[in-house]
Design a protein around this ligand. Structure first.
Ligand code: GRF
Length: 202
């Protein structure tokens, strides 16, 4: 399965995919394209080092619908079959989502449906919960509302701030995202409403 990755910044989740590919740990999954919406996204240097084509589409210079049309055209050109949102800090239009229904993965740093949105760590700390974690999920039209594929719990420690909690969750995000990509590439994810069934290995 041909995967494109969309990112806005640091790109450590993208790097986890690159590293797994280098270790032959992404069977059936190819990384064919990176799209960034910020000119200073560190993900670009990671793509260059890995020899993965990348493109910058300036989300600041165009309306959401136009951005998504450009991205869709690019995804068609590179024959992408699935999309990974790896720290892509932007909502997609219903047209984009319909074009890749149940083929767009996102990684979110909280146990969805708790704490969706861009401030998951801060929100988890403010709520006073004793554990949070991360979720790999399919993207639908809502904000972090699509079917959850995998989750990992991470404890919140008494002196945590948003930064320390984020740092403790991040390595788990990397592992979860890799596993979600493997499952999708292997055709092992069955969607039933908002629930996911993980099919046994063929
Ligand atoms: C991650 O915490 C991800 O869950 C969130 O944005 C962050 C991106 O990190 N959506 P990176 O760019 O992959 O390093």
């Amino acid at each position: 399965m041909r995967f494109a990755v969309m990112a806005s910044g640091r790109g450590s989740n993208f790097q986890a995919l690159i590293d797994a590919r280098a270790r032959s740990e992404l069977p059936g999954a190819e990384l064919v394209q990176l799209i960034v919406n910020k000119s200073d996204a560190q993900a670009v240097a990671r793509a260059e080092a890995a020899g993965i084509p990348w493109a910058f589409i300036d989300s600041g210079a165009m309306a959401r619908a136009e951005f998504d049309r450009c991205a869709l055209a690019l995804l068609r050109d590179c024959r992408a079959e699935a999309v990974v949102l790896a720290g892509f800090m932007r909502l997609l239009t219903p047209e984009f989502i319909a074009a890749f229904r149940h083929r767009i993965l996102n990684i979110h740093p909280a146990l969805l449906p708790l704490f969706p949105g861009a401030h998951a760590h801060r929100d988890a700390l403010a709520a006073g919960v004793t554990e949070s974690g991360c979720s790999a999920h399919f993207v639908d039209e809502g904000v972090d509302t699509g079917p959850v594929i995998l989750q990992q719990t991470v404890p919140i420690l008494p002196n945590d701030d948003a930064e320390t909690l984020a740092a403790r969750i991040l390595p788990h995000e990397h592992l979860l995202l890799l596993e979600a990509v493997r499952l999708l590439a292997a055709g092992r994810l069955e969607v039933d409403g908002n629930a996911i069934r993980i099919l046994p290995r063929k």
